[in-house]
Ligand binder design. Sequence first.
Ligand code: SF4
Length: 329
Amino acid sequence: MRELQPASQSSLATLRRCARKYLYEYVNGFKPKTTSEAMWFGTQFHDIAAHGYRAWKAAGTKDVWLEAALTYADNLIDQAADQDDFEVIAQLGKVKEVVEYFWLQLGSKDDFDEIVSVEEPVAVDFYGYKIRGTLDVVARKGAMLIIPDHKTMESVHVGYEFFPLDFQGWLYRWHIYKTKGASAMFLHNMIRREVPPGFGSRELRIKKDGTPAKNNASTDPADYLHREKLWCSGQELRAFESELENTLRILEFRRSTGVWDRSDLKWGAQSCGTCAYRTVCKAELAGHTISDSILTSLYDRVEDPFEKKPVALKPPERNALERNAVEDI
Ligand code: SF4
């Protein structure tokens, strides 16, 4: 019998976005040397929030969430202070404020009966693959299981019409359905990467008469936080299972034929302009071969592309070569 092939939630999402990108990342094993600032921010947010949910799970009450999360954030800031890294201190301070704002405005209103798990590993054997991932949080309210997920974003005003297509949401609800025999709700929390004026260290401009000036940015929580609830039936999850099988069949076909098509997308967070492999992709498209020295300067070649990198304390910095390559596009 053939050994199970590795796959992950993010690798399959990448394959569905662009097979060429999958080739660079998961077949050739190229990992960008630097993550984007947005990714760094989101990873820190998750890490800090996970400490809050772990404390909630252990204590059986949400009252401990904020203190646990902020204490952990302060520990990170202390580590940066030990290294006299003022840039990291400032960036982590921003993440900490966003965590606090999220909790006070949204997270603390959740009345789950129980936090079932935090950062629960997912490993599903399906169609010759072992599909791995991590469930940030699983909560329970009555008989209902809920999967809260946090996405930090530049703006929460994006089109949500196609959110029900989100692959991660489907995969994790399908996993819960297979392992626990229950349909779960996926709770997407969209969180802006800044807080409103007047919260934390962000200044609120005040007029001479003591009222807020008109030239302040919005203080409306709806401009900083947004929530989408995704729910589906068992029948829909079985339909997703067929779709997943199809995705894996396509992956088999590409692996056996070496056909890794490009999928162009001009705008949005998943666009080619934001793709970490655009330099290589564009050069190959123009018939050039990228030298090993440039490849080595842009990417690390990893043994196991499916392994998750640990969170780096320091926000990313682009090296000069990468900057030039990006500006060249
Ligand atoms: S730049 Fe676009 S086409 Fe090229 S690998 Fe990235 S997503 Fe695919």
